[in-house]
Design a protein around this ligand. Structure first.
Ligand code: A3D
Length: 320
């Protein structure tokens, strides 16, 4: 059986890291596409040259030609521009919307059966636009944000409790922005919910509130440190986790920006929710019950995403 084909649209910081991870994990052959001449070719060759030492079997190719992504099983989209200090994710909207149009058309023409994972910001609006521009089925187009935001939350919680990150489960709901909703009630250490850990004296509500806020600001914290771009190692790892779930039909329960139509009381929009990812793409949305307070935070987040989608429609009338 031929190896799966993974197309990475955008060969910048995240795209290059995705290619390296996909090759090292032998998820399939990798095509790096970018409009910047030389960048995808250079990264593909550099990673291929790490193969003899690492011992992986994967072919890598860099290209400026969409024809080279033909028949891809997975497309991961990072094309566009990232944030600089002082910018919000929303400031990227105008530029990245145009990029989503060309990427959506390229995928529709050459890889219409792919499972598509969008990472370009502002995430929830860009994945919506990408699905519209590509016309691919909504269960095959999703956005990576929840896995990353949850990983950040899990990392901070493991530091607070002094336990392995492996034993901390957590998830974050809502849009990938300042209004995201880290779920305290559904997050656990080895199955023990965080509110119980407060009762057990392992932490305090104030400390958990600070961790929730640090999670919301997780992207900005890295942008502030790097000064020239945004996070790329953890975002790439998170998207690879989703791609692997699809390629290996793992039925992983992962939060991601998925198309909700009737789910969570929403009417045809993308937002971060828990999902099951397997060979059918987004196979299921896990409709958990929210408390009144959680619902209010979720609604605020949904409104922020709806505002960005309306802004997209204002910029490109074909989306209206
Ligand atoms: P960067 O290193 O600048 O890479 C972006 C690449 O896209 C560059 O190599 C560009 O040449 C390329 N590009 C631009 N326009 C096109 C086009 N039309 N077609 C193909 N390629 C194009 O950025 P990055 O890799 O650090 O980040 C990529 C995106 O991910 C940005 O929008 C970030 O804001 C976003 N991001 C999202 C998350 C989430 O959790 C959702 C996290 C981190 C970054």
């Amino acid at each position: 059986m031929a190896r799966p084909k993974i197309a990475l649209i955008g060969a910048g910081q995240i795209g290059g890291t995705l290619a390296h991870l996909a090759a090292m994990k032998e998820l399939g052959d990798v095509v790096l596409f970018d409009i910047a001449e030389g960048t995808p070719e250079g990264k593909a060759l550099d990673i291929a040259e790490s193969g003899p030492s690492e011992g992986f079997d994967a072919a890598l190719k860099g290209t400026q030609d969409y024809a080279d992504i033909a028949g891809a099983d997975v497309c991961i989209v990072t094309a566009g521009v990232p944030r600089k200090p002082g910018m919000s994710r929303d400031d990227l909207l105008g530029i990245n919307l145009k990029v989503m149009k060309s990427v959506g058309e390229g995928i529709a023409e050459h890889a219409p059966n792919a499972f598509v994972i969008c990472i370009t910001n502002p995430l929830d609006a860009m994945v919506w636009a990408l699905q519209q521009f590509s016309g691919l089925p909504a269960n095959k187009v999703c956005g990576m944000a929840g896995v990353l935001d949850s990983a950040r939350f899990r990392h901070f919680l493991s530091l607070e409790f002094g336990v392995s990150m492996k034993d901390v489960t957590a998830f974050v709901l809502g849009g990938h922005g300042d209004t995201m909703v880290p779920s305290v009630r559904y997050s656990t250490v080895a199955g023990i919910p965080l509110p119980d850990l407060i009762d057990m004296g392992w932490t305090t509500k104030d400390k958990l509130d600070a961790i929730v806020q640090r999670t919301r600001d997780g992207g900005a914290e890295i942008v502030g440190l790097l000064k020239t771009g945004s996070a790329f190692y953890a975002p790439a790892t998170s998207a690879i986790e989703m791609a692997e779930a699809y390629l290996k039909d793992q039925k992983r329960v992962l939060p991601c920006a998925a198309y909700c139509d009737g789910d969570f009381g929403l009417n045809g929009m993308y937002v971060g929710v828990p999902t099951v990812i397997g060979a059918g793409g987004i196979e299921k949305i896990v409709n958990i019950k929210l408390t009144k307070e959680e619902q209010e935070m979720f609604d605020t987040s949904v409104k922020a995403v709806q505002g960005l989608v309306e802004a997209c429609k204002g910029i490109d009338s074909s989306l209206a």
